[in-house]
Design a protein around this ligand. Sequence first.
Ligand code: SF4
Ligand code: ZN
Length: 307
Amino acid sequence: MADVKCYACGKPAVIYRKYEGRGWCKEHFSLQLEKKVKMTIRKNRLIKPNDKICVAVSGGKDSSTLLYLMNKFFGKRPDIEICALAVDEGISGYRSESINEVKKLSKRLGVELVVVSFKKEFGMTLDQIVKKDYRPCTYCGVLRRYLLNKKSRELGATKLATGHNMDDEIQSIFINNLKGDINRLLRLGADPIIVNHPKFVHRIKPLRDVPEKEIALYALLHGINAHFGRCPYVKGGLRFEVRNFLNHIEEKYPGTKYNIVRNFDMLLPALRNYFKDGEKIRECSKCGEPTSREICKACELLKNIKG
Ligand code: SF4
Ligand code: ZN
């Protein structure tokens, strides 16, 4: 990067975008990234006056950068409230470290942080759950989403913002196609709610047009507290293979990832319109949370391990 100069001002570049054939300095790169996030918010009308935005934070670079940017853009707006919500699944040697980073960041930004735990809400940590049924990511994903929706609603949030980046989004487009899961495919996009239910907090993904690498660079350049450790349960699987495949293709044919997202965004409104009667939402007969089934997935999993 030493001899690459910023295309706008000639200062030393911090990034060189292959698909664009240009380098950018810290200032111009940061301005572009912020502009892109603002554009995603504006284009999809993600945030409205009087919104209370609850940012789902894990301590990783994506959600920490999201909290930082939401606070930068909306922190001074008197009509908008921001809070952060973290879920402690109880993964020893990993989650408490990442939650420490969240605590430091929310303190630095002056944003209220609420931490909820599997132990307190379900009576067991993820480490204890997997001793009964070794499907860590299934339990983790379902129970975390369940708590994020329930707790953000109890906090009075009108929006639940998550840190999904462009790479996450493209991987999900591929995975849902490979699995033939049309309902999940329709739930992608910056504004993924397609079924309205009063108990569902409207989810938004302001970072979904920003590549993962650029978020990591922005976090580094702006000293955003983030934990870079790896969850001990992380394993290979389909997402891992799709991720490697996409990175390989992007390396060979720069700009492919952008093309995939752009193409998907053009198709999504028509797809949603065609399948609009797909999923019916009701309330779980055990816990009352919204679900498309008689008993929600969280209750079903908990029944599994508690007998
Ligand atoms: Fe949860 Fe770890 Fe699986 Fe991620 S890798 S879903 S944090 S158990
Ligand atoms: Zn339930």
